[in-house]
Each structure stands twice: as structure tokens, then as C-alpha cells.
Design a protein around this ligand. Structure first.
Ligand code: 0CN
Ligand code: SF4
Length: 337
């Protein structure tokens, strides 16, 4: 019997963004084209289930390029790499396939351009996150990391008239704006990036959570601990009025106690999360009386990126389609579409 006092608000958009879809399909196609093992430097995207599934199919995840045997194929993750990593791969004679999201590459280009004009670049992002390591590597002598509003006081620049801020793509929009506000207090001539560095997917997922948070007694965000954009969704939910919020990789991680006295549960997922994991959460909730599911739609998304050139070329040569389609195990690593 459905319980009239219990309901789920399901965020849209949620889950896979265009860059994650492209990166995951890249590894799938590389396995199909070249056979296992295909080496991947770092997690292709920050999701436990995606990484485990690809591992089972023959992907070998390594931390550094020098762990890849000479002459083998290596895929660079969606988060991007510093130029020095490309150099290392070349020295080891590796076949590289770059699955860096085009929206991360865009930030790399901005960094190069401002460094060429001798700006001090203030890169807002999380210390140690792969994306900022890669971006900062484009011009280490011009870039300094600003890890949130409280880090602003530590910034020193050569010429306050020649300063620009850039950012990681997967930050909290509101927190980043606060960091920029404080930076501008110190450096009134601070320049903005030519276009938003926080990507459309990060922004839209946060927007949907903001729209529903105040109506939620509990927000369940599906995503992994090391996924910046997923972790941010829990924070945004709590900041915007959800009474509680938790991040889970799988439905089995939900604690029954979280549901005590809860009438509305919000559900969403980070940009690196396959839809099958959200379905698992919805089934878990339905089995406990939360059968009524209402979507909360904050934006429509239709962006898709072409696969990396290397893959498109080799698919064509093999007489295969270069359309972005997940293969046999679509259910495990598939997106919404
Ligand atoms: O979870 P992700 O793999 O990465 P972060 O949110 O930690 O940056 O999502 C895809 C994002 C990219 C690039
Ligand atoms: Fe690209 Fe944004 Fe997705 Fe990262 S979250 S892969 S920047 S679209």
C-alpha cells in the first residue's frame, strides 16, 4: 500500500554529464578496439561503480604514467592532465587517448592565454584534486591555488592590476562567488574568466537541489566520496533547507534510521553517476513506502561531445560507428539517455 504521507522528489538534471558520458564510452570503445588491458591514468571519472565495472571488463587503473608498460595504450581521465604527463607518455612510447572533458580543456586554454600575457592567475579549487593539478600544470609559475573563501588572505600577487581568477569546473557556485567577492575586496581590478568555468552540469545539478531542498526532510545524493560535484550537492542541499543530507555510492549504504519520521526524501546524483544506481535507491525507498515519485526539473540538457579523435579514427577504420553508444553493459555504466 502506498503511504500518502511519504513521497520522493527526484531532481533533474542529475547523473551523467556530457563529459562523463564521453569519457566512459571512450574506455568502453578502447577495450572493444584494442582489447584488454587498456590502461587508464587515475579514475576515468570519480565513481566507484564505474571504475569497478570497467575494471571487470579489462581496464587497468594506474596512478602514474610510469606504471604503464612501454608501448601500451593509456587513457587520460575526464579531469585532465598537465602537459608534463603528455611528455611522460611520449617518452614511454605510449599510445594516448585523451578523455579530458572539453570543458576542462577550455579552462586549460584560458590558463595558457593569461599566463602568456603574464597575468597572476588565481585558480579557485580544491587542493590536490586532479583537475586543479592538471590545470595548474599548464603554467605553474603563474598560477596559485585558492582553496575557498578562507584561503583568500594567503594570496600574494606581483601586480594587483594584472590578476584574473579561474576555477575548477565542479565547485559550489555560491561558495565560489563568495571567494571571488573576497578576492575582489583585496584586488579590485581582478578580472573574471572569459566564460563560466564551473560547468553547465555542475550548475544545473545544484540548481535542481536548491529548488527542492526546503521541501525535503532528507536528501540522498548518489555519488562517491572523491567526487567533488557530488559532495557539493549534499552541502547545497543542507544550505538550502534540507533537514538532513547524505552521500551514498549504493542503496545498501542507506541507514534505515535516516528515514525515521521522514515524509519527503529528495534524490539526486552527481555528474559521474550511472542511472542504475539511482534506480537502486528509488527501489529501496519504494519498498519502504516511498512509492510516489515527483520530478523537479530545473533545466533541460542535450549537450553531447564527440569521442576523442583517436577513437573516432580507429572506429571508422574498423568499419564501426563512432556514435556515442554504450555497448553490451549499458545498464551498468549507462546514462539517462
Ligand atoms: O565526479 P567526477 O568524476 O569529478 P569531480 O566532481 O570530482 O571533479 O565528475 C565529472 C567531472 C569532471 C571533470
Ligand atoms: Fe565536463 Fe562538467 Fe562533466 Fe566535468 S562535470 S566532465 S567539466 S561536463
Amino acid at each position: 500500500m502506498p503511504d500518502a504521507t511519504k513521497r520522493v522528489l527526484l531532481a533533474a538534471p542529475r547523473g551523467y554529464c556530457a563529459g562523463v558520458d564521453r569519457a566512459v564510452v571512450t574506455v568502453e570503445k578502447a577495450l572493444g578496439l584494442y582489447g584488454a588491458p587498456v590502461y587508464v591514468r587515475k579514475e576515468i571519472v570519480h565513481n566507484k561503480h564505474v571504475v569497478t565495472t570497467l575494471q571487470q571488463r579489462g581496464a587497468v587503473f594506474v596512478d602514474e604514467t610510469d606504471e604503464v608498460p612501454e608501448g601500451a595504450t593509456v587513457v587520460f581521465s575526464a579531469h585532465g592532465v598537465a602537459p608534463v604527463v603528455h611528455d611522460e607518455a611520449k617518452a614511454l612510447n605510449l599510445r594516448t587517448i585523451d578523455a579530458t572533458c572539453p570543458l576542462v580543456t577550455k579552462v586549460h586554454r584560458e590558463a595558457v592565454r593569461f599566463a602568456d600575457s603574464d597575468y597572476d592567475i588565481l585558480l579557485i579549487g580544491h587542493e590536490g584534486h586532479e583537475e586543479v593539478v592538471g590545470t595548474a600544470g599548464e603554467a605553474p609559475e603563474h598560477i596559485q591555488l585558492v582553496d575557498g573563501p578562507d584561503d583568500v588572505e594567503n594570496v600574494t600577487v606581483r601586480d594587483p592590476e594584472k590578476v584574473v581568477w579561474l576555477s575548477q569546473t565542479t565547485l559550489s557556485v555560491d561558495e565560489t562567488m563568495e571567494t571571488v567577492r573576497r578576492l575582489r575586496e583585496r584586488f579590485p581590478s581582478l578580472q573574471d574568466p572569459p566564460s563560466d568555468d564551473i560547468c553547465y552540469a555542475t550548475q544545473n545539478r545544484q540548481l535542481a537541489v536548491k529548488q527542492m531542498a526546503a521541501d525535503c526532510d532528507l536528501m540522498i545524493v548518489v555519488g562517491s566520496r572523491n567526487s567533488s560535484n557530488s559532495v557539493r550537492l549534499v552541502e547545497v542541499a543542507l544550505e538550502h533547507g534540507s533537514r538532513a543530507g547524505h552521500l551514498v555510492d549504493y542503496a545498501e549504504e542507506i541507514d534505515e534510521a535516516w528515514l525515521e519520521g521522514v515524509s519527503t526524501v529528495g534524490v539526486t546524483s552527481g555528474a559521474s553517476v550511472p542511472e542504475i544506481l539511482v534506480r537502486g535507491v528509488l527501489e529501496y525507498l519504494a519498498a519502504r513506502g516511498y512509492e510516489d515519485v515527483a520530478p523537479v526539473v530545473a533545466a533541460e540538457e542535450s549537450l553531447m561531445f564527440a569521442l576523442p579523435n583517436e577513437i573516432r579514427r580507429d572506429l571508422k577504420a574498423a568499419g564501426l560507428s563512432d556514435k556515442m553508444r554504450h555497448d553490451a553493459s549499458f545498464a551498468e555504466t549507462g546514462s539517462l539517455h
